[in-house]
Design a protein around this ligand. Structure first.
Ligand SMILES: C=C(OP(=O)(O)O)C(=O)O
Ligand SMILES: [Mg+2]
Length: 401
C-alpha cells in the first residue's frame, strides 16, 4: 500500500529567500507526503553536502528516483533511506545533495504516516510515543554568523525548564523575546533581527548575558515557573587556527581561557545548556569542559558531532559533551538522525532536535522530537518558519494532528 509510485521535486524558497528542495512522495494507495530541506549558515566542517538546489534536484531525478519509484515502500523508512544512500554512492551525499536526500526522506515518512492514518510522530516513534514533549529552546538574542554587528556568541536561548506544558513553554519563550525588546528599548538600543528571528543588537556579549538574565527572571515571575537560559557559542566560527584561539571583539582567548570563560558563565548564570562552546575539532577541550560543568549543564555538540554516529562514538569514547544536536539535513536522512539519537540515548547523552538558520514551514522536526522522546527542541521563538514547528508541538500536545 505504501509502494512509492511517484516522487516530484521542485525548487522553493527558504526563509532567507534562497532556493531549497521540496519533495512530494506519492504511494500506491494514494498516500502523500511533502518535505522541504532547511539550510545552515554556521555549518559544520563535517556536515553532509548541500548542493545548489537545481543541481540537487537534477541529480536526484537521475539517480534516486529510479531506485525509489515502484521499488521501495514509503512506510519502510530504513528502505527509503538506504535507497537514497545507494543512489548517492558517496559518504557525504555529495552525489544527490543532502538537501534532496533529506527532503525525500521526510516526504516519504509523511507519506507512510498518511497511508497509516497516523500522526507522523507515531509512525516514526511507535504507538507508545506522544506523551512526552520536548522543552523548546528559544533563540532570543543572537549574532555570530546569523547577524552582522551583533553579539559574538551566536545564540542566547531561553529554556523554560519549569513549564507545565509545551504550550506554556512556547508562550514563555515568546514573552522573553518581547521582554528583551522592551529592555533594549529602555536602554535606547535599536535592534533588528537575525536569521532565526532573535534580536541582533550591537551589544557586547556581557551586556547580552545581563539582558537575558533580567528578561527570563521577569517572565518567570509573570508565568510562575522556572525559566533558565543557555547558549549556542558556535565555537568553530570563533576559533581561528592562525590565532590559536577564539577571536572575540575584545580579544583572543586561548582554549584554556575559553574553557574557563564558559565554565564561569555556567556558574554565574546557572546556564542549563551550552552548545558548541569549543571548536569542532577539539574533542579534548569538550571533554575538559564536560568534566568541569557537565553535572550542572548540558554541553552539546552540534558542529562537533554533525548528527553523525561515528563522530558521536568518538566523542562518547573520550567523554566529550553530554548532549548532541540533531539536525536531519546535517546527515541527510531520518534513519541516520534516529540512529544518532538512539546511540546518544544508550550512552546517557541527551538529544536536542534542531532547526537550521535557513528554514521552511516544514514541521517534521517537531514530530521527530516527540517520536524520539528528545528532552529539548531548538526551533526559534518567533517568525513563521519557527512558529510552524512550535505550533505543531502545541497541536501534538492537544491531540490535534
Ligand atoms: C541552527 C544553527 O545554525 P545554522 O543552521 O546556521 O548552522 C546552529 O548553529 O545551531
Ligand atoms: Mg549550533
Amino acid at each position: 500500500m505504501t509502494l512509492i509510485t511517484d516522487v516530484r521535486l521542485r525548487r522553493v524558497l527558504d526563509s532567507r529567500g534562497n532556493a531549497t528542495v521540496e519533495a512530494d512522495v506519492l504511494t500506491e494507495s494514494g498516500g502523500f507526503g511533502r518535505g522541504k530541506a532547511p539550510s545552515g549558515a554556521s555549518t559544520g566542517e563535517y556536515e553532509a553536502i548541500e548542493l545548489p538546489a537545481q543541481e540537487a534536484i537534477a541529480n536526484a531525478r537521475d539517480d534516486a528516483l529510479p531506485r525509489l519509484i515502484g521499488e521501495v515502500h514509503a512506510g519502510n523508512q530504513r528502505d527509503v533511506d538506504a535507497a537514497l544512500h545507494a543512489a548517492d554512492g558517496t559518504d557525504d551525499f555529495s552525489g544527490i545533495g543532502a538537501n534532496s536526500a533529506v527532503a525525500i526522506s521526510m516526504a516519504a515518512a509523511k507519506a507512510g504516516a498518511d497511508v497509516l492514518g497516523a500522526p507522523l510522530f507515531q509512525h516514526l516513534g511507535g504507538t507508545f510515543r506522544g506523551n512526552e514533549y520536548p522543552t523548546p529552546l528559544g533563540n532570543i538574542i543572537g549574532g555570530g554568523e546569523h547577524a552582522a554587528d551583533a553579539t559574538n556568541i551566536q545564540e542566547f536561548l531561553a529554556a523554560p525548564v519549569g513549564a507545565p506544558s509545551v504550550e506554556e513553554a512556547v508562550f514563555a519563550n515568546a514573552a522573553v523575546h518581547q521582554e528583551v525588546h522592551d529592555i533594549l528599548a529602555d536602554r535606547d538600543l535599536p535592534a533588528g533581527k537575525g536569521d532565526e528571528g532573535a534580536w541582533a543588537p550591537s551589544v557586547s556579549d556581557d551586556e547580552a548575558f545581563e539582558i537575558m538574565d533580567e528578561a527570563v527572571e521577569t517572565v518567570a515571575d509573570d508565568f510562575g515557573f522556572a525559566i533558565a537560559f543557555g547558549l549556542d557559542v558556535a565555537g568553530a566560527e570563533l576559533y581561528d587556527e592562525d590565532e590559536d584561539g577564539y577571536v572575540y571583539d575584545d580579544g583572543v582567548k586561548s582554549t584554556e581561557e575559553q574553557i574557563e570563560y564558559i565554565a564561569e558563565k555556567v556558574e554565574e548564570y546557572d546556564l542549563v545548556y551550552v552548545e558548541d562552546p569549543l571548536d569542532e575539532n577539539d574533542y579534548e577541550a569538550f571533554a575538559d569542559l564536560t568534566d568541569r560543568v557537565g553535572d550542572q549543564t548540558l554541553v552539546c555538540g552540534d558542529d562537533l558531532f554533525v548528527t553523525n554516529v561515528e563522530r558521536l562514538e568518538a566523542g562518547i569514547s573520550v567523554g566529550a559533551g553530554n548532549s548532541i544536536l540533531i539536525k536531519p539535513n546535517q546527515i541527510g536522512t531520518l534513519t541516520d538522525a534516529v540512529d544518532a539519537i538512539e546511540l546518544a540515548t544508550r550512552n546517557g547523552y541527551e538529544s536536542v532536535v534542531s532547526h537550521r538558520s535557513g528554514e521552511t514551514e516544514d514541521t517534521t522536526i517537531a514530530h521527530l522530537a516527540v517520536a524520539t522522546d528528545a528532552p529539548f527542541i531548538k526551533t526559534g521563538a518567533v517568525g513563521g518558519e519557527r512558529t510552524a514547528k512550535l505550533n505543531e508541538l502545541i497541536r501534538i500536545e492537544d491531540n490535534a494532528v
